[in-house]
Design a protein around this ligand. Structure first.
Ligand SMILES: *[C@@H]1O[C@H](CO)[C@@H](O)[C@H](O)[C@H]1NC(C)=O
Ligand SMILES: *[C@@H]1O[C@H](CO)[C@@H](O)[C@H](O)[C@H]1NC(C)=O
Ligand SMILES: *[C@@H]1O[C@H](CO)[C@@H](O)[C@H](O)[C@H]1NC(C)=O
Ligand SMILES: *[C@@H]1O[C@H](CO)[C@@H](O)[C@H](O)[C@H]1NC(C)=O
Ligand SMILES: *[C@@H]1O[C@H](CO)[C@@H](O)[C@H](O)[C@H]1NC(C)=O
Ligand SMILES: *[C@@H]1O[C@H](CO)[C@@H](O)[C@H](O)[C@H]1NC(C)=O
Ligand SMILES: *[C@@H]1O[C@H](CO)[C@@H](O)[C@H](O)[C@H]1NC(C)=O
Ligand SMILES: *[C@@H]1O[C@H](CO)[C@@H](O)[C@H](O)[C@H]1NC(C)=O
Ligand SMILES: *[C@@H]1O[C@H](CO)[C@@H](O)[C@H](O)[C@H]1NC(C)=O
Ligand SMILES: *[C@@H]1O[C@H](CO)[C@@H](O)[C@H](O)[C@H]1NC(C)=O
Ligand SMILES: *[C@@H]1O[C@H](CO)[C@@H](O)[C@H](O)[C@H]1NC(C)=O
Length: 846
C-alpha cells in the first residue's frame, strides 16, 4: 500500500511538473482541430475544434466541414486528421496573440471527402502578409517527399509545415486561398510562442571567410524544412515538450547510411549553455552518428546527407553535437562541408562544447545558387589538423529556409508524378456518384411531366412533329428486341413503377463471368463497372455498387426510376437493374468506344478528325439541351466532362452519369442552392462562389469540354507552368490574345477550316463567361456548333482534292442547306432549334 501510495505521489509530482513545463509554451498557444466543433486529445495535447464556441479563433468564412471514415496515416493522428476544413473560397483564421515570435504549424492530410479529390486541389497560404505556400498540392508533395527518401524507413502519409516568424501586431491571420477553380483544405493548426533566444541574430556564413550574416528576423520568416535526429529514432512531439517539435530519422537522407555508425549514451548530458534549453530536447543528443570502420585511424571518406531544397533561397543549417565517447580533447577532429564548401574545419567537439556529454550546436548561413535544389551536408576527416583521431560526429540536423522579399513559397512542379492519371481513373465509365437524394423529387417531376405531355405523345403516334417538350420513352421500345426476356412491372401505371428490366443476380453473374476483374472497364465512387454480355449476346456496361457505397437502397430505386425514363439518342440508356441479395446493380447500354477523353489524349487510340470532334460536341450538346429543356424545370447534369461523354460503335456521343444531376429551379426561383459538386477543372466559378446551381453551370463545364476537344490536353495539368495548369484559364488567355491557334491539338494542323475554329472558339469563350447570365443556352450553343460543322464540311469538300492547305482560305458560301441563310452574326442570336432538330434524335414515347 505504501509503495503504491508513493507511486501515486510520484506520478502526481510528474504530472504537475509536466503541466508547469508545458505551461510556458502552452500559454498563448493555439492547437486547432480544423473542420470540427469538438476537441480531441492527440500526442497528449488537447486540440480545440475550430468551430467550437468560445475558442477565441475567428474564421472569415465557414468553408466546408469535411470528415472521412477512412484514414491511412499514423493512427495516433487519426482523431485530428479524419476531419478538415475545406475551402473553395478564400478563408482566413485570426488568432489574438501578444506580439512576439511564433511557431506556426499547418497539418495536411489528403482525406477523401465526397467529390473533393485532393489530387486536383491547389491552394496558397500566407500569414500576416508572409507568403508561406503557393500552388500547393498535398498528395503531390507527399509523393515527392517519399520519392526523395533515399532508402529510408519512413514514408509520409501526411505533411506538417512549420514556420517561425515575428508577429508585430496583436493578431496572427493565416490566410488560405484556393487556386482558381479548385479547393484547399487544412486539418490542424498550431500556434506556439518561441523563446527569442532560440536563434541568434548573427550567424556564420559558409564560405564567407569568417564573416557573419544577419538573420534579420524583423523582416524575415523561417520555414523548417528538415529536422533530423541523427543516429537515433524518431522523436515525437510529446517527447519534445518545449515546442512539440517532430524529429525525423536521418538515415533516409544519407547518401550511404553505412558510412555512419549509430552510437548512443543516456548518461547525464547537460546543455553547454544554460540559454540552450529550448534549442533541442536532450534526447537528440543521446544518440549520434560517427564514422564507421573505426578500426582504421585514418578515415578517408565523408558522412554525407543530401536534402532536397527549393532553389533561390538562403538556408540556415543548424548542427547539433554532443561528444559521447572521449573525455579529453584532440581525440576527434573533423571538417564540416555545406554544399561542397568548407563551413568549419578543425572541429574538436570536446574543446568547443567544453567537455564530454555537453549538448552544443552551431549555426551556418548558406546562400544556395538559383540552380541547385539539393543541400549537401558532409562531415569528414580534417587531415590538416594534427589530431590523434579523425573521426566525425553529428547528433542532430536542422535546415531552415529564410524568406525573401516576404516570400517563403516555391511553386512545385510535381513533375514526375502520376497525378495526371488520377483524374482519368476517377470515373471512367458510367459511374454514378453519391449525393442524389434529390432524385426523388426529380422522379416526381418526371411523373408530372409525363402526365402533362400525354397529349403531344398522342400526336407522336400520328407521326406529327413533336414540340421541344419533354419526350420520355419508357423501356418498351428500346428493349423490345430483347423479346420475351423482358418483364415489366405494371407498365400501364403512369410514371410510378414503369422500370427497366429486372435482372436476376444469377443473370448478372453469368453476364460478367462472376464479376471477373479482367472485365472491369471503370471504377467510380459508386463501385465497379464491368463489361458484360447478356444472354441474348448484347453487350452491356454493368455497374455494381460496392457494399460501402453511401448510396442507399431508396436512392438506388429512385435512380432507376428516373434513368429508365430519360430516353434520348444522346443520353446513355439504362437497360435494367438487379436488386437481389442486397445487391444494387445497374445495367446500361455498352458504349464500344469508351470515353471522349480517351480519344483526345492519354491513350494510343487514333485521334479524331476535326469533323468528328464537332459531331461529338454537337451530340453531347444535344443530350444536354434535352436535359435542360425537356421538362418544365429541366435537369442540370452537374458533372459535364469528357469522361462523362461516351461514344458508341459509330462514334455517336452520349451523355452519361446522372449521379449528380439535379432538377432545375422552379419558375419563381432562378437557381437551386446546393453544396458544390462536380469535377475540378470543369467547375463553374460562379457556382463555386455562390453555391447556386443553374443550367449555366453545365454550360460553363461544356465550354471547358469544347476547349479540351480543341486542345486535347487535361483540364488540370500540374506539370505545366503555372499559367497553363488550368486549361480554361490558359485557353481564355490565348483566345483574348488571338493566339489560340498556337495551343490547338497539333494533330489537327492544316486539317481544319480556320473560320470554323474561330467560330468554335467564340462559342467556347461565351460559355466561360464569368457570369452565368452572360453565357449562351445549350440551344444557342447547339445551333452555332451546327453552323461550325457546316463550315468545316464545306471546307473539306473544297479541299478534297487539294494537297496543300492555305491558312487564308476564303469562307465558302454554304450550300443548299436552309440553315445556311440563317447564319448568325453574333452569339446573342437565338437559333431556331426545332428547325435544326430534324434528326429525330429523340426517341418517341409509345
Ligand atoms: C457539433 O457538430 C455535430 C455534427 O455536425 C452536431 O451534431 C453537434 O450538435 C455539434 N455540437 C455543437 C456543440 O455545436
Ligand atoms: C479566450 O480568451 C479569454 C480572454 O482572454 C480567456 O479567458 C479564455 O480562456 C480563452 N478561451 C480559450 C478557449 O482559450
Ligand atoms: C480575411 O478574409 C477576408 C475574406 O475572406 C478578406 O476580406 C480579408 O482581407 C482577409 N484578411 C486578411 C488579413 O487577409
Ligand atoms: C524500420 O522501422 C521499424 C519500426 O519503426 C523498425 O523496427 C526497423 O528496425 C526499421 N528498419 C530500419 C532499417 O531502420
Ligand atoms: C558570428 O556569429 C556567431 C554566432 O553564430 C557569434 O558567436 C560571433 O561572435 C559572430 N561574429 C561576428 C564577427 O559577428
Ligand atoms: C556512457 O557514459 C558514461 C559516463 O560518461 C560512461 O561511464 C559509459 O562508459 C558510457 N557508456 C558507453 C556505452 O559509452
Ligand atoms: C544567455 O542569454 C542572455 C540574454 O539573452 C545573455 O545576456 C547571456 O549572455 C547568455 N548567456 C550565454 C552563456 O550565452
Ligand atoms: C578518461 O577516460 C579514461 C577511460 O576511458 C580514464 O582512464 C581517464 O581517467 C579519464 N580522464 C578524465 C580526465 O576523466
Ligand atoms: C557536391 O558534390 C557532389 C559530388 O561531388 C555533387 O554531386 C553535388 O552536386 C555537389 N553539390 C553542390 C551543391 O555543388
Ligand atoms: C568530403 O566532401 C568534400 C566536399 O564535397 C570534398 O571536398 C572532400 O574531398 C571529401 N572528402 C573525402 C575524404 O572524400
Ligand atoms: C490520387 O493520386 C494517387 C497517385 O497517383 C492515386 O494513387 C490515387 O488513387 C488518386 N486518388 C484519387 C481519389 O483519384
Amino acid at each position: 500500500m505504501k509503495v503504491q501510495g508513493m507511486g501515486m505521489l510520484g506520478l502526481f509530482v510528474v504530472v504537475i511538473f509536466i503541466l508547469v513545463r508545458a505551461g510556458n509554451a502552452q500559454l498563448n498557444a493555439f492547437l486547432v482541430n480544423c473542420g470540427s466543433n469538438s476537441s480531441v486529445i492527440v500526442n497528449g495535447r488537447k486540440w480545440i475544434g475550430d468551430s467550437s464556441p468560445g475558442n477565441n479563433i475567428t474564421l472569415s468564412s465557414h468553408g466546408i466541414e469535411a470528415s472521412s471514415a477512412t484514414f491511412n496515416g499514423d493512427p495516433v493522428y487519426a482523431p485530428l486528421y479524419k476531419n478538415a476544413r475545406l475551402f473553395i473560397d478564400r478563408l482566413n483564421y485570426t488568432f489574438q496573440v501578444p506580439q512576439g515570435r511564433y511557431f506556426l504549424r499547418l497539418h495536411f492530410y489528403p482525406l477523401v471527402f465526397e467529390h473533393y479529390d485532393a489530387n486536383v486541389s491547389y491552394f496558397s497560404v500566407s500569414a500576416n502578409g508572409l507568403k508561406l505556400i503557393s500552388e500547393f498540392n498535398i498528395p503531390g508533395e507527399i509523393i515527392q517527399k517519399n520519392e526523395f527518401l533515399l532508402g529510408g524507413n519512413s514514408s509520409f502519409s501526411s505533411l506538417v509545415k512549420e514556420y517561425i516568424f515575428n508577429v508585430d501586431t496583436n493578431v496572427l491571420v493565416v490566410d488560405f486561398i484556393p487556386s482558381k477553380g479548385t479547393f484547399g483544405l487544412v486539418n490542424a493548426i498550431e500556434v506556439i510562442p518561441v523563446a527569442d533566444n532560440l536563434f541568434a541574430e548573427s550567424v556564420k556564413k559558409v564560405g564567407g571567410n569568417g564573416a557573419n550574416a544577419s538573420l534579420d528576423f524583423g523582416k524575415r520568416g523561417l520555414q523548417t524544412v528538415y529536422r533530423l535526429n541523427v543516429g537515433g529514432g524518431r522523436i515525437r512531439p510529446d517527447q519534445d515538450k518545449e515546442f512539440w517539435r517532430l524529429w525525423e530519422v536521418d538515415s533516409g537522407y544519407m547518401i550511404n547510411p553505412d558510412a555512419g555508425s549509430e552510437i548512443s549514451n543516456q548518461s547525464a548530458i547537460v546543455y553547454a549553455s544554460p540559454n540552450d534549453t529550448s534549442v533541442a530536447p536532450l534526447l537528440v543528443y543521446e544518440s549520434a552518428r560517427t564514422m564507421s570502420n573505426s578500426q582504421v585511424t585514418e578515415k578517408r571518406f565523408n558522412m554525407s546527407w543530401k536534402m532536397e531544397v527549393d532553389p533561390g533561397f538562403d538556408y540556415l543549417v543548424r548542427l547539433h553535437f554532443c561528444e559521447l565517447q572521449f573525455n579529453v580533447s584532440s581525440q576527434r577532429n573533423f571538417r564540416i562541408y555545406i554544399n561542397n564548401r568548407t563551413a568549419a574545419d578543425n572541429v574538436d567537439l570536446f574543446m568547443r562544447a567544453g567537455g564530454k556529454n555537453r549538448a552544443y550546436h552551431e549555426d551556418y548561413f548558406d546562400v544556395t545558387s538559383p540552380a541547385t535544389n539539393n543541400l549537401w551536408i558532409q562531415l569528414g576527416p580534417d587531415s590538416s589538423a594534427s589530431a590523434a583521431g579523425t573521426d566525425a560526429l553529428l547528433s542532430g540536423l536542422e535546415v531552415f529556409k529564410l524568406s525573401r522579399d516576404g516570400n517563403l513559397a516555391y511553386v512545385q512542379r510535381y513533375g514526375n508524378l502520376e497525378l495526371k492519371k488520377s483524374s482519368q481513373t476517377l470515373k471512367l465509365w458510367v459511374a454514378i456518384g453519391a449525393g442524389i437524394a434529390s432524385i426523388a423529387i426529380a422522379a416526381a417531376i418526371v411523373a408530372l411531366m409525363f402526365w402533362l405531355f400525354r397529349k403531344p405523345r398522342a400526336k407522336d403516334a400520328e407521326g406529327k412533329k413533336t414540340s421541344p417538350g419533354w419526350r420520355p420513352l419508357f423501356l418498351h421500345e428500346s428493349t423490345a428486341n430483347a423479346k420475351g426476356s423482358l418483364r415489366y412491372q405494371n407498365p400501364s401505371a403512369l410514371g410510378t413503377s414503369i422500370t427497366g428490366r429486372h435482372f436476376t443476380f444469377a443473370e448478372i453473374k453469368a453476364a460478367t463471368n462472376n464479376f471477373d476483374e479482367s472485365l472491369v472497364i471503370g471504377v467510380g465512387g459508386f463501385g465497379k463497372v464491368y463489361k458484360g454480355e447478356l444472354e441474348d449476346s448484347t453487350l452491356a456496361a454493368i455497374k455494381r455498387a460496392n457494399p460501402q457505397s453511401q448510396q442507399g437502397l431508396k436512392e438506388f430505386e429512385t435512380e432507376i426510376e428516373l434513368l429508365s425514363k430519360l430516353r434520348h439518342r444522346h443520353l446513355v440508356a439504362m437497360i435494367g437493374f438487379c436488386d437481389e441479395a442486397n445487391e444494387m446493380i445497374l445495367v446500361y447500354e455498352f458504349m464500344a468506344n469508351g470515353t471522349l477523353r480517351s480519344h483526345l489524349f492519354g491513350s494510343d487510340l487514333p485521334s479524331l478528325t476535326w469533323k468528328q470532334r464537332l459531331e461529338v460536341s454537337i451530340g453531347a450538346a444535344r443530350g444536354l439541351h434535352y436535359l435542360h429543356t425537356g421538362s418544365e424545370r429541366g435537369i442540370i447534369h452537374r458533372d459535364v466532362k469528357t469522361t462523362n461523354i461516351l461514344l458508341d460503335e459509330n462514334f455517336v456521343a452520349k451523355m452519361a452519369d446522372f449521379g449528380l444531376s439535379k432538377t432545375g429551379p422552379s419558375l419563381e426561383h432562378t437557381h437551386v442552392s446546393t453544396a458544390v459538386k462536380g469535377s475540378f477543372g470543369y467547375l463553374d466559378p460562379e457556382y463555386f462562389r455562390r453555391q447556386q446551381l443553374t443550367e449555366k453551370s453545365d454550360v460553363y463545364s461544356f465550354g471547358v469540354v469544347l476547349f479540351e476537344v480543341l486542345c486535347a490536353r487535361a483540364v488540370i495539368n500540374p506539370t505545366l507552368p503555372k499559367d497553363q495548369i488550368n486549361l480554361a484559364e490558359w485557353a481564355m488567355k490565348n483566345q483574348r490574345q488571338k493566339s489560340l491557334e498556337t495551343i490547338i491539338d497539333p494533330r489537327l494542323r492544316g486539317k481544319y477550316s480556320p473560320e470554323s475554329i474561330k467560330r468554335y472558339a467564340e462559342i467556347a469563350e461565351k460559355c466561360l463567361a464569368d457570369e452565368g447570365k452572360s453565357r449562351p443556352t445549350m440551344g444557342e450553343i447547339l445551333w452555332h456548333l451546327e453552323y461550325v460543322l457546316q463550315l468545316q464540311e464545306a471546307w473539306l469538300r473544297e479541299n478534297a482534292e487539294e494537297v496543300t492547305i492555305t491558312d487564308s482560305h476564303p469562307l465558302t458560301p454554304l450550300n443548299d442547306d436552309e440553315s445556311g441563310a440563317q447564319v448568325p452574326t453574333n452569339l446573342e442570336t437565338q437559333g431556331d432549334l426545332d428547325a435544326q432538330d430534324k434528326e429525330g434524335e429523340s426517341e418517341h414515347v409509345i
